[in-house]
Write a protein that binds this ligand. Structure first.
Ligand code: ADP
Ligand code: MG
Length: 362
């Protein structure tokens, strides 16, 4: 089901400063397409949970409206919106078995929706199979691993076939390996059910790897919406460029002068037709080509072996304070790198230039 947010805003009275408001969600205008997996991404405290809670009905907006397809659900309580919710802590009923936990949402259905015992068991088994916990139906939550508990929570959220599935950092409590595995599972489950799913995370790699679309937010404001690869390749501002990608993008101070991009007194790239101004330069780690005659000179710190690639760590006087810079180079082409300075040519499509004042892409 399509979800439309219109001028959606949520203000809270500040917890720390009396009389001040925090705008947790600031004028969201977005159409979330039917049947897709959407990654809602941003640093801790940027308003992701608040946005999700507005969609579920757990929070009431200060302004704006929420539509599921053409239906205005802004004033509907959570239980009438048909949303499935999964949180970071699995919140299972400890005294109930896996099957009883999954069946729970079906038990208080009323009127024409009321289900027989057999139908409930059959439905529970169907979703348990989908999340691959059907062999564990008689266990109690404490007899399950974290990953299994989270699958039960997902099964419970899916059993009523929700209009929208909302997941708030559902993988955060899992260890690294299980987190990887469970996110693949989530992707598969979403594909198989086709339920419109909004997946909240602060982990850019997690969001990039499984989402059809990502929404990148900062301080309550949507900064960019797009396919993960498109947002990575065409970030609209410095924040988005820095938030996506591991290793992170390298940031330096620079200047556009006479159609060229300068870092220090080296002209590293042609930028014909761009106005002269002070800028930040973002260079993706894969944007460097070792070149003894290259225009960009850096001080070599060390080379880290990664197997297929090496990571060349270096410094530059114009780089952002407190961070080393990093280039990822195929191992075979890095053989000669040692001591002193390194020179690079830059791949134009891996270099982004941002106005120094506004931090918007130039
Ligand atoms: P995220 O999920 O991205 O970490 P949240 O949506 O939880 O962010 O919070 C966004 C902002 O709103 C934060 O500054 C947070 O402190 C504030 N906030 C969230 N809930 C409340 C509340 N009930 N009362 C006051 N401030 C809140
Ligand atoms: Mg949160």
């Amino acid at each position: 089901m399509k979800v439309v947010l219109e001028n959606l805003t949520k203000r809270f009275a500040s917890r720390t400063e009396k009389g001040k408001d925090v705008i947790a969600v600031n004028n969201f205008n977005i159409e979330i397409p039917d049947g897709q997996l959407i990654g809602l991404l941003g640093p801790s405290g940027c308003g992701k949970s608040t946005a999700l809670n507005l969609i579920s009905g757990l929070e009431v907006p200060s302004e704006g409206r929420i539509f599921f397809e053409d239906k205005d659900v802004t004033k509907l309580p959570p239980e009438e919106r048909g949303v499935g919710l999964v949180f970071q802590n699995y919140a299972l009923y400890p005294h109930l078995t896996v099957e009883q936990n999954i069946i729970f949402p079906l038990q208080n259905l009323k009127g024409s929706q009321k289900m027989s015992k057999e139908a409930m068991h059959a439905k529970a088994l169907e979703v348990a199979k989908l999340v691959q916990i059907d062999a564990l139906m008689e266990r109690k939550p404490r007899e399950l691993s974290g990953g299994q508990q989270q699958r039960v929570a997902i099964a419970r959220a899916l059993v009523k076939i929700p209009n929208v599935l909302l997941l708030d950092e559902p993988l955060s409590n899992l260890d690294a390996r299980l987190r990887l595995q469970t996110r693949e599972e989530l992707r598969r489950i979403q594909r198989e059910t086709g339920v419109t799913t909004i997946f909240v995370t602060h982990d850019q790699e997690e969001a990039m790897s499984i989402s059809d679309l990502i929404i990148v937010m900062k301080s309550g404001v949507i900064n960019q919406v797009g396919k993960p690869q498109d947002v990575y390749d065409e970030p609209v501002n410095l924040f988005v460029a820095q938030f996506l990608g591991t290793p992170a993008i390298n940031t330096l101070e620079g200047e556009i002068r006479d159609g060229k991009l300068y870092i220090g007194d080296e002209a590293v790239l042609d930028l014909p037709g761009k106005e002269d101004r002070a800028v930040y330069v973002g260079i993706r780690p894969e944007g460097f080509v070792l070149d003894p005659d290259g225009p960009f000179t850096c001080a070599l710190d060390r080379v880290e072996v990664m197997g297929r690639d090496v990571s060349v760590v270096f410094t530059h006087e114009k780089m952002q304070a407190g961070r080393n810079m990093r280039a990822i180079i195929p191992a075979e082409s890095a053989a000669g790198v040692s001591g002193g300075t390194v020179r690079f040519t830059l791949k134009p499509n891996k270099v982004f230039v941002f106005d120094k004042e506004s931090e918007e892409r130039v």
